[in-house]
Design a protein around this ligand. Structure first.
Ligand code: MN
Length: 759
């Protein structure tokens, strides 16, 4: 029969065309009408129309999908929206709640949402989707804390985390339909991660419900036992509770205080925690009677306190003023414990209506308050503005700044949270790079890292890490820390390790050179280095006030101590002198400082000494040049060419210099200075640069003389070459370039190489 089918189709399309008939659109489902009722409390009808559009869109997207509970999938987002509507959350949040699983579970993209419902809703949905993707694996307390921070940091907009908490609450409410092993897993995660977040944000009711539901699935037997005990005790207590309630009300009326007084019960999980924590019996916990007094304003709180203390004797040690000093999540109240009739302890919480709303809804209290404010939506767009409003609500409190500070730390931490390959979460300061991560994992990994894989993709080590990144460091057995890393690491740990490594490298080089220099001086005195015993060294180390032999050797290598002086001090200790063939300190002194009977050994320059050996920038010696070494107090061993004008005056004073020679076949590159005179025409610099590259050399520095209008210009290059032969080949090649008029290697005129023109 075609007729009913057609009728059905018409009905459905007409509802889409008529948004004003919003309520009639809903299936006769309890949740949906419940949502409608809630929305009418605080939203304008235009807003509600938009919400039904989001509802239809989500319903369409999840079409045909059924939850484990047997209901159509849409019942879940609708229930989540209900929880948030109870908190009077704003329009974008409710729309995002309805759409929160659409991107994760269907083909619809964030861009589609943006196009249809605008940027704000799209960003909220995107935020929730991202949270859904990260998985909590480790159960340790510290890791749970990091995971919570990661969730908060990733949320950015606090509404994202509120949608996520509502989502989790509904999943917990319908957990019955899941397999028992899954139930336990989800309940554990809720207890470790989501309940503490709800508590942190001051969402008291959600927090308690999440804890009780988790408790129910993790320890079903204990849950039932406590639930039954509470049920039984409630009957016995009834009479006492109503008696106390009456006398409190009577006292307040007598004092002309307007107040709402109610009895309250602890939630089951908090009873369980108290019982297991202090091995307290159920009766001891439950026999404490709890009451709440809500008054109009702050002053009323303290007046009420006085009135109640006049009624029953307070237990002074139990009094807490959370109005003067609010809890970190913004909670404010006066807590006092009274000694009631028959000696029963009575716990009373006293608070204003405002404080009560904050206690129930926490960060969401803001929406409860100002929902009629026309500017509200704009204000809510930025979380920091929202926090500002919260601060205003709290302005009665002297510690409200402190509260804001706490909230900020959790919502906008200066930290990023990333995963190791094993699923562990590391907290790093914002701006941290892969190198910081490597050192945070282990100093050995830091010292040998060569590359990184971030979310499976290869990336440079300097890459900044983002919340939720999966980071895997690739190490190399020959890799070494690079001084350039210091430019982009932000953690003290990485910086300290890199510095330590570089410093120890440096002093190893210097110590090596120092040892060669000391041995040279000893041999000149006809002492073989192995004649110096450990005892001699120990004495010398003590005399110098140092700790290790290597420190003395490093000092020699760096020119802070003279090799000849150290050698002399070792010999002056005595025993060695007797063993030595010539003996007698006077004789030695003569030899050391005047004419060594044996020429000093020559020190070989390898080019790989690093900081321990410097090549003088005035003459820039290269292998093949005859060279001399000078020990400089600050710079260590400085090597000059024989003919360097800068050393002319020292040359006649051999005590000041050391014989040095090049190691044959060194493959190291050395700097040399070249002066060129070229015809003043465009492209010359490029031609010469490519000539230098063709010769297998590098340009270390280049400066150009300012043109004086003549047709020739002087160019000054510092190039890197292996030795004199290499330099000669390079110069030969450059001479072949047309318009190169003159070329020569420059020695001993550093003024031509500091980038200024020469007159
Ligand atoms: Mn969901």
């Amino acid at each position: 029969m075609p007729k009913p089918a057609t009728a059905h189709k018409t009905a459905s399309s007409s509802t889409h065309a008529n948004p004003l008939a919003a309520d009639s659109l809903l299936p006769a489902d309890r949740d949906d009408s419940a949502l409608s009722l809630r929305l009418k409390h605080y939203l304008k009808s235009e807003d509600i129309t938009q919400i039904w559009e989001a509802y239809r869109y989500a319903d369409q997207a999840h079409q045909g999908v059924v939850r484990k509970t047997g209901e159509p999938y849409i019942s879940h987002p609708v229930s989540v929206a209900c929880i948030l509507a109870d908190m009077h959350m704003d329009l974008p949040t409710i729309m995002a709640a309805l759409l929160h699983d659409v991107v994760e579970d269907t083909d619809i993209s964030t861009d589609d949402i943006k196009e249809k419902f605008g940027q704000q809703v799209a960003e909220l949905v995107d935020g929730v989707t991202k949270l859904d993707k990260i998985e909590f694996q480790s159960a340790s307390v510290a890791q749970a804390e990091n995971f919570r921070k990661m969730l908060l940091a990733m949320s950015q907009d606090v509404r994202v985390i509120l949608v996520k908490l509502a989502d989790r609450l509904h999943n917990m409410q319908t957990l019955e339909a899941m397999r028992p092993d899954k139930q336990k897993l989800i309940a554990k995660e809720t207890l470790d991660i989501y309940a503490p977040i709800a508590n942190r944000l001051g969402l008291n009711e959600i927090y308690q419900e999440l804890e009780d539901l988790s408790f129910k699935y993790i320890h079903p037997m204990r849950y039932n036992a406590i639930a039954n005990a509470v049920k039984a005790a409630r009957g016995n207590r009834k009479e006492v509770v109503s008696k106390i309630l009456e006398s409190i009300k009577h006292q307040l009326v007598g004092m002309k205080i307007e107040a709402e007084v109610s009895g309250r019960e602890k939630h089951l999980y908090s009873i369980y925690k108290k019982m297991s924590g202090k091995t307290t019996a159920f009766s001891q916990i439950y026999d404490i009677y709890g009451f709440r007094v809500v008054v109009k304003d702050l002053v009323g709180c303290y007046v009420t306190l006085g009135a109640l203390h006049g009624l029953y004797k307070p237990i002074t040690s139990k009094f807490k003023d959370y109005i003067a000093i609010p809890k970190a999540n913004g909670y404010q109240s006066l807590h006092t414990t009274l000694l009631g009739p028959f000696g029963t302890p009575i716990e009373v919480q006293i608070r204003s209506a405002e404080m009560h709303n904050i206690a129930a809804a926490g960060v969401a209290a803001h929406w409860l308050y100002k929902s009629s404010d026309a500017q509200l939506t704009a204000l809510q767009q930025k979380t920091h503005q929202w926090l500002q409003r919260l601060l205003e609500i709290q302005s009665d409190s002297a510690d409200s700044l402190d509260f804001l500070e706490h909230l900020k730390i959790d919502l906008f931490p200066d930290e990023v949270y990333v995963f190791t390959p094993k699923g562990k979460i590391l907290a790093l300061p914002k701006g941290a790079t892969a190198v910081d991560f490597a050192y945070a994992v282990h100093s050995g990994i830091g010292n040998s890292c060569v590359a990184v894989r971030i979310n499976q993709d290869l990336a440079p080590l300097r890459t900044e890490l983002h919340n939720g990144d999966h980071v895997e460091i690739i190490t190399g057995s020959l890799a070494k820390p690079n001084p350039a890393w210091l430019n982009y690491v932000v953690t003290g740990r990485a910086r300290a390790h890199i510095r330590h490594y570089l410093k120890s490298q440096h002093s190893t080089e210097s110590a090596h050179l120092g040892e060669r220099m000391l041995n040279q001086a000893l041999r000149a005195m006809h002492i073989e280095p192995d004649q110096i015993t450990e005892a001699h060294w120990q004495k010398l180390i003590r005399d110098y006030g140092l700790k290790k032999k290597s420190e003395i050797l490093t000092d020699i290598g760096l020119g802070k101590r003279q090799n000849v002086m150290v050698a002399h001090q070792l010999l002056a200790m005595g025993e060695i002198l007797e063993e030595s063939p010539e003996g007698g300190i006077g004789k030695f002194l003569g030899k050391i400082f005047r004419k060594p009977s044996k020429p000093l050994d020559t020190i070989t320059i390898r080019g790989s000494e690093g900081m321990a050996v410097q090549f003088a920038p005035c003459c820039r010696p290269i292998p093949g040049d005859p060279i001399l070494g000078f020990i400089n107090k600050d710079k260590g061993l400085v090597v000059h060419t024989h003919d360097c004008p800068a050393i002319r005056k020292f040359r006649l004073d051999p005590e000041k210099w050391l014989d040095v020679e090049w190691e044959p076949d060194s493959e190291h590159l050395y700097k040399a200075n070249l002066n060129l005179t070229v015809a003043n025409q465009p492209g010359m610099l490029a031609k010469i640069a490519s000539g230098i590259a063709d010769a297998g050399s590098n340009i270390d520095n280049v400066s150009v003389e300012e043109s004086d209008g003549s047709s020739y210009t002087n160019l000054y290059f510092t190039v890197q070459v292996k030795n004199r032969i290499h330099l000669a080949e390079l110069m030969r090649g450059l001479r072949k370039i047309p318009d190169v008029v003159r070329i020569n290697r420059s020695k001993g005129n550093p003024a031509t190489h500091d980038g200024k023109s020469v007159s």
